[in-house]
Write a protein that binds this ligand. Structure first.
Ligand code: ADP
Ligand code: ADP
Ligand code: ZN
Ligand code: ZN
Length: 834
């Protein structure tokens, strides 16, 4: 691979960036939120790779794809095919599970089809499929002198149904029959069978003593038995019970017959494998009140397959004693152990060793990226962004490619510091397989272990987009201009040591939570404090805080979905509001922006309508809205951009050719305040606008709060669709800060440091502490040890993920948690020592 050279990248805020990324390196892109990392990694490098990929299609294929815009860059050299490993769940298809997306389930299907032992689904008897020749071999492998009996099972039925077969047996000269375990003569039997009872009837084809010269007789006896019983034969060894053989898959007892097993027999997406009652969904629609519904699908558990999704025949096939459906419900760590400890016969090794190796390597990678607590049957739509990205990362490692450029956005999201090292190891493995790996990442350890670090900045937005430093981590640490370097070297620190607030105003307590993996958890959250909820991925943090506590409080006021199972919530009466602050976009259309979201745009429109020029023309505030006809450009209906739908790719937006992206018609733009038309005002940064509108207290107050949370660089009219998750989150926090404080709000945040640089985290903590200083209560789910140290109180769940977690393993101020022998305790103590 050649080095990747980027010449004059100008996308968004990038300032003619020139840089080189070493081939087959682990390169980390850092810089404060809004400095231009995504603009470089995704909007320039990845976008260009996608564009070239589409250009490489035939002209015929290309006509179905919209042309991708060339990113704003002079040249990119040495660009390999790129794969971006994303955090988005692209499809909410309930048939997509951890097992299917990782292909582990597909390999398990191959394994079960190749060496699975079928059983009769009703009688539970094992069914063996053998050729007559393998039956002969099996007999001959017994010690010489073994006495044996070859039986042709006829039926397990009431008298009469087998009469014809018995007559046939008599004619062929098999005078003895075994009935209910006892060998009798045929005539005796004919008169004595109990008419009301089912019987085991077997024709004794031959009684032999194994000696080599008996092989011909043996072969003949088995051949006759196979014919007589239509393929199913019992061979009874003296003193050892009997073994069932079948040339096809039919139950010897009830005659239930199976089609030959193939991989599709185990697919819930195929008619051959799917449970016919629920069509492979695992559940059925039930609208009756009180129906017990599955958490994710909202369906009632299928009464036939109990959620296993497969036909009864498929569920009755085992490998090493386990049906496939059982494996899909185990944590991946246990499936990995099962696969490692499989005992296979020589023949099975021949057909299945390759399949088992594929299963093992995939499971190893999944465990390695910290997902060992997940189960194969978990619908991917219920995974968090970090989880889905790590699932995809592990899947890539399972099918290694070479010479590829991988681009990842913060793979450490949702990962406890304990599991971080293994993730870094995984990234290095991807590199060592002969690929270049670029990660946008803020995690200190990842930066320290990278081959190459590119630090963008120095600030965000217009103040960002420069290359501050590039080189191995040690050189970044020594670079005085680099904020990242200053944090790495310890010149700057995220948390200033402070004394935790005492829990003086009582607690809100969740009592006896049992949702998901929670095991009767009772946890206290002090009112008027900053609480951080910790624990490894899958420990149960979101289940407790979001599914139980948050949903319960929202549900009390009559809205939202019912909370997860718990006994009670005590002490929540002190709150007048509960607000979750997430990183979801503030709006899904380019029509929302910081000005509309904060409400300052209303005041600004009124100001424009009050200007003499506007009054003379009779313009009302609505004239200055781009959402209603009148003042806006009608060609784009005020969007400023036009959406182009792409066949197989996300929609793209191009500027409107009539208004050139200005959103308004010419007349509207003739009204100016301090020399600026309304479109130019929307182009102001928040910081500039805070100065210009200083005389309007309500506007200025909100804008100054935006500056305080570090969003001064955003423009007033920047479309919501272009804000990063961290920017959207801070915008929401700023609006909360700008409110007149009631001091009785409970704020809940799930991993708010996602996408945030050390500097951003420091700022975020200031905002959170400010909310608490006003008397509010803040509960944060976090993995960032600096945030944990900033807490007044920690609720530590675990000790592990999935079934190994779900318990309260510690609560109290950080200094107390740091003394505990839990993953969090150790990480806290280590951070203090560093
Ligand atoms: P980072 O990834 O470092 O957080 P981004 O590359 O997302 O930063 O953003 C860099 C700057 O470009 C920010 O000011 C951001 O608001 C702006 N920006 C991002 N996407 C767009 C877009 N589609 N149009 C205009 N500006 C954008
Ligand atoms: P954390 O937030 O600590 O990472 P979670 O609360 O998300 O942990 O998960 C706790 C346990 O519950 C895990 O075993 C996880 O696999 C399981 N779980 C979480 N969400 C779902 C869901 N929607 N359906 C089934 N199991 C879930
Ligand atoms: Zn079913
Ligand atoms: Zn327009």
């Amino acid at each position: 691979m050649k080095p990747l050279e980027i010449i004059n990248a100008r996308e968004h805020n990038l300032k003619n960036l020139i840089l080189t990324i070493p081939p087959q390196s682990l390169t980390v892109l850092t810089g404060v939120s809004g400095s231009g990392k995504s603009s470089l990694a995704f909007d320039t490098i990845y976008a260009e790779s996608q564009r070239r990929y589409i250009e490489s299609f035939s002209a015929y294929a290309r006509q179905f794809l919209a042309r991708l815009e060339r990113p704003a860059v002079d040249a990119i050299r040495g660009l390999s095919p790129s794969i971006s490993i994303e955090q988005k769940t692209t499809h909410q298809n309930p048939r997509s599970t951890v097992g299917t997306v990782t292909e582990v389930y597909d390999y398990l299907r191959l394994l079960y089809a190749a060496i699975g032992k079928p059983h009769c689904p009703t009688c539970r008897l094992p069914i063996q499929r053998q050729s007559p020749e393998t039956m002969v071999e099996w007999v001959l492998s017994q010690p010489p002198g073994t006495r044996l009996m070859v039986l042709a099972p006829l039926a397990r039925q009431r008298k009469g149904a087998f009469r014809k077969e018995l007559e046939f047996a008599l004619k062929r000269g098999f005078p003895r029959v075994r009935i209910d375990g006892e060998v009798r003569t045929l005539d005796e039997e004919e008169v004595r069978l109990d008419q009301r009872k089912a019987h085991d009837i077997e024709v004794v084809v031959d009684r032999l003593i194994v000696k080599s010269n008996l092989t011909e007789r043996l072969r003949n006896a088995i051949g006759v038995a196979v014919g007589l019983s239509q393929g199913t034969v019992l061979i009874a060894l003296d003193g050892q019970g009997e073994t069932l053989f079948s040339v096809h898959l039919a139950c010897p007892a009830c005659g239930f017959s199976l089609p030959p097993l193939e991989p599709r027999s185990f697919s819930f997406n195929s008619r051959l494998g799917a449970c016919p009652t629920c069509d492979g969904l695992g559940g059925i629609i039930d609208t009756s009140p009180g129906a017990k519904l599955q958490h994710f699908t909202g369906l009632r558990v299928c009464p036939d397959c109990q959620g296993a999704r497969l036909r009864p025949e498929a569920r009755a096939v085992t490998v090493n004693g386990q049906p496939l459906e059982a494996l899909t419900r185990w944590p991946l760590t246990e499936v990995a152990t099962w696969a490692r400890e499989l005992s296979l016969s020589a023949r099975e090794v021949q057909v299945a060793a390759g399949i088992v190796a594929e299963i093992q390597s995939r499971l190893t990678f999944l465990v390695e990226v910290g997902l060992g607590y997940l189960t194969l049957d978990r619908p991917t739509a219920t995974l968090s962004g970090g989880e889905i990205q790590r699932v995809r990362l592990a899947t890539q490692l399972g099918t290694p490619l070479r010479g590829v450029l991988y681009i990842l956005d913060e793979p450490s999201i949702g990962l406890h510091p304990r599991d971080n090292q293994r993730l870094i190891h995984t990234l290095k493995r991807l590199r060592d397989a002969g690929n270049t790996v670029i990660v946008v990442e803020h995690d200190e350890e990842t930066i320290a272990q990278a081959d190459w670090v590119i630090d963008l900045g120095p600030g965000a937005g217009a103040q960002g987009g420069h290359l501050v430093a590039a080189g191995p981590p040690a050189s970044i640490r020594q670079c005085p201009d680099s904020l990242t370097g200053q944090y790495l070297s310890g010149v700057r620190q995220v948390v200033v040591p402070r004394t935790p607030r005492p829990p003086a105003q009582g607690y809100v307590t969740v009592v006896g939570a049992t949702h998901h993996n929670l095991q009767e958890v009772t946890a206290r959250f002090p009112v008027g404090c900053l609480t951080v909820v910790t624990g490894v991925s899958g420990a149960g943090k979101s289940s407790l805080v979001l599914d139980v506590l948050y949903r319960a409080l929202v549900h009390r006021s009559g809205s939202g979905v019912p909370p997860g199972a718990h006994r009670a919530i005590e002490g929540a009466g002190v709150f007048d509001k509960v607000i979750e602050i997430d990183q979801l976009p503030i709006g899904r259309t380019p029509r929302s922006n910081p000005a509309t979201y904060t409400g300052v745009f209303t005041a600004i429109r009124e100001l424009y309508a009050s200007l003499p020029e506007a009054r003379a023309r009779g313009y009302r505030p609505g004239r200055f809205s781009f959402n209603v006809p009148g003042g806006r450009c009608e060609a784009c209906e005020g969007d400023g951009v036009k959406r182009i739908e792409m066949a197989f790719l996300p929609d793209v937006y191009v500027p409107c050719e009539v208004c050139q992206g200005r959103r308004y018609n010419r007349e509207t733009l003739e009204v100016r305040y301090e020399g600026r038309d309304i479109a130019q005002t929307l182009d102001l940064t928040v910081a500039e606008a805070a100065g210009i509108f200083a005389a309007f207290p309500s506007v200025a107050h909100k804008l100054r709060t935006l500056v305080e949370v570090g969003l001064g660089y955003l423009t007033l009219g920047q479309p919501a669709t272009t804000l990063s998750g961290g920017e959207a989150q801070r915008l929401k926090l700023a609006c909360e800060l700008a409110r007149r404080a009631t001091g009785r709000t409970l704020y809940i945040l799930d991993e708010p440091t996602t996408g945030l640089h050390f500097e951003d985290v420091r700022r975020l903590l200031e905002v959170l502490q400010a909310l608490v200083d006003r008397g509010n209560t803040v509960i944060v789910i976090e993995h960032h040890t600096d945030v944990m140290w900033a807490a007044d109180w920690i609720v530590d769940l675990g000790p592990e993920g999935g079934t190994g977690g779900g318990r309260l393993v510690g609560e109290g101020p950080p200094s107390r948690i740091a003394t505990l022998d839990t993953p969090t305790g150790r990480a806290l103590a280590q951070r203090l020592a560093a």
